[in-house]
Write a protein that binds this ligand. Structure first.
Ligand code: BGC
Length: 260
């Protein structure tokens, strides 16, 4: 029988991407599929797209867990916030909705948490001791806290209030575009942000992800922090890989109950 793999699905504001993941290597086991996020990104519309992705990989993932990321806080299977997706997500029991819709146990987690888990096991934070703060710089700032190798879920340090502003509004990559900032100007904002995070948490390592981390050499050398600050290594695979890892190793309780 052909080998099967867990499926990771990463739900973002513009695209929904999925692939089976080989957890021995942290690499995709088949080519990734991307479908545009529906204009009205309601839970039902997004669930339909996820169902298409699940169907597309049904042979490669037969009987395997499914992990899904959302740009949202999720506690006990309930969506609590919604960034860049329809506000009707708030209050949705997402574990239940997706498990029923897909006829499969599903584990759902925050997008930055998934990226952090992927970096911890396969990327820039591999074998890291102590506290790692993962940040994703994109439309917003997502964060993941990884303490002694364990994810502390749902940190929302992108929304720290700094100088009277929601930090992500000033320091996310979207702020660099919106305000037409040079790398130097943006780095000043990042310096303010990361120093504040560092003063609160004293991490041992800071990892910077998000699309802009491809250009880390333009801004990371301009930052001066106590902890080493390094670029993420999995780039845009991190969400998918982390979702598949989490679904396999820490399935949500609903997913566990249904699969046993
Ligand atoms: C949200 C986080 C999310 C991050 C990246 C923030 O605005 O509050 O939950 O992880 O954006 O998508």
């Amino acid at each position: 029988m052909a080998k099967t793999y867990p499926l990771g699905v990463d739900v973002g504001g513009s695209g929904i991407k999925g692939a089976p993941v080989d957890l021995d290597t942290g690499e995709f086991a088949a080519e990734r599929l991307r479908i545009d996020t529906p204009k009205e990104s309601t839970p039902d519309a997004v669930a339909d797209v996820i169902a298409q992705i699940v169907d597309h990989f049904k042979d490669e993932t037969k009987g395997q867990p499914i992990g899904v990321t959302l740009p949202a806080v999720i506690t006990h299977g309930i969506v609590r916030t919604a960034a860049n997706i329809d506000s009707s997500w708030i209050g949705t029991n997402i574990d239940e909705l997706l498990s029923e819709r897909l006829g499969h146990p599903v584990t759902v987690l925050n997008d930055a948490d998934a990226a952090g888990v992927a970096e911890l096991h396969y990327g820039a934070a591999r074998n890291a001791d102590g506290l790692v703060v993962m940040t994703t710089l994109g439309t917003g700032i997502g964060t993941a806290l990884l303490n002694e190798g364990a994810l502390v879920r749902n940190s929302e340090l992108g929304h720290l209030e700094i100088d009277g502003h929601d930090a992500e509004r000033k320091a996310a990559d979207s702020a660099r575009d919106r305000d037409d900032l040079s790398w130097q100007e943006w780095a000043q904002r990042l310096q303010r942000y990361y120093s504040h995070v560092e003063d609160l948490l004293w991490p041992d390592l800071i990892v910077v992800g998000g699309g802009v981390s491809k250009k880390a050499d333009k801004f990371l050398p301009l930052l001066h922090l106590r902890a080493p600050i390094v670029a993420a290594q999995l780039q845009n695979a991190a969400g998918i890989v982390g979702a598949a890892w989490q679904a396999t190793n820490h399935p949500s309780s609903g997913a566990q109950a249904k699969s046993s």
